[in-house]
Design a protein around this ligand. Structure first.
Ligand SMILES: C[S@@+](CC[C@H](N)C(=O)[O-])C[C@H]1O[C@@H](n2cnc3c(N)ncnc32)[C@H](O)[C@@H]1O
Length: 217
């Protein structure tokens, strides 16, 4: 049944992202074109450095994890989520795209409980301040709250990630974090606290809005 405002991707069950089709349902965020900027950045870094171990934090449909694994045949990706239903969607997308053997999907709060270190950490965690999360019939109101609600200031999940990111990142790692333009100064400051020696830059999306923080650790 179609409901007024429901994202078209939930009606069709599919969403295009970086040259591939991803199966989606109401348990995952609909992948956004803005996130393709992080893919471009990660791939450029991986091509230039031959680094291949990737952590995708908050994988949802698996759009980031599966795209990187599909674009680079020797990339090894670990992807986490707190939603078991989202992980099921991600694992199916990985299998269908033929990258299931190089993607590990883990039910975890931010990071798996192991001592792995990663060359690239990519995160598109929930970043809308709780009070601003849209309600139905806004299309975002149909997406899972766990995928959109970033806590009081929109940065709760990024605080959690940046508390552990220095121990997850190899020397010389790349950390990419997508967020909303108003939260960008706060996210940049948090990144600077976690990685005081790193080169930290803010990058814009297709609309010219500040969209992600890049940490060259
Ligand atoms: C904004 S969605 C992004 C999904 C996907 N990465 C993308 O770009 O389309 C955020 C995802 O983070 C997950 N998430 C929320 N809190 C988390 C946590 N503490 N640890 C890991 N994942 C979390 C949500 O379940 C959701 O799938």
């Amino acid at each position: 049944m179609t409901t007024l405002g429901m994202p078209q991707a939930y009606v069709s069950g599919w969403k295009g992202f970086y040259r591939r089709e991803f199966a989606v349902n109401e348990h995952v965020l609909v992948p956004r074109p803005e996130t393709e900027h992080l893919i471009e950045d990660a791939l450029e870094f991986m091509h230039a450095t031959a680094r291949r171990r990737v952590l995708d934090v908050g994988t949802g449909s698996g759009a980031i994890a599966c795209t990187i694994a599909s674009e680079l045949f020797d990339a090894i990706v670990t992807a986490t989520d707190v939603s078991i239903r989202a992980l099921a969607v991600a694992a199916k997308n990985a299998a269908r795209l033929g990258v299931g053997g190089r993607c590990t999907f883990a039910l975890a709060d931010i990071a798996p409980a192991d001592n792995e270190r990663y060359d690239v950490i990519v995160a598109n965690l929930p970043y809308i301040p709780s009070a601003d999360v849209p309600q139905k019939p806004d299309p975002v109101g149909f997406e899972p709250r766990v995928a959109t609600d970033g806590g009081a200031d929109g940065l709760e999940l990024y605080r959690k990630l940046l508390a552990v990111a220095p121990r997850l990142a190899c020397a010389g790692a790349l950390v990419l974090m997508e967020a909303a333009p108003p939260t960008m100064p706060g996210l940049r400051a948090l990144a600077n606290e976690a990685f005081p020696q790193a080169a930290i830059t803010v990058h814009r999306d297709y609309a010219g809005l500040e969209r992600y923080v890049r940490v060259a650790a």
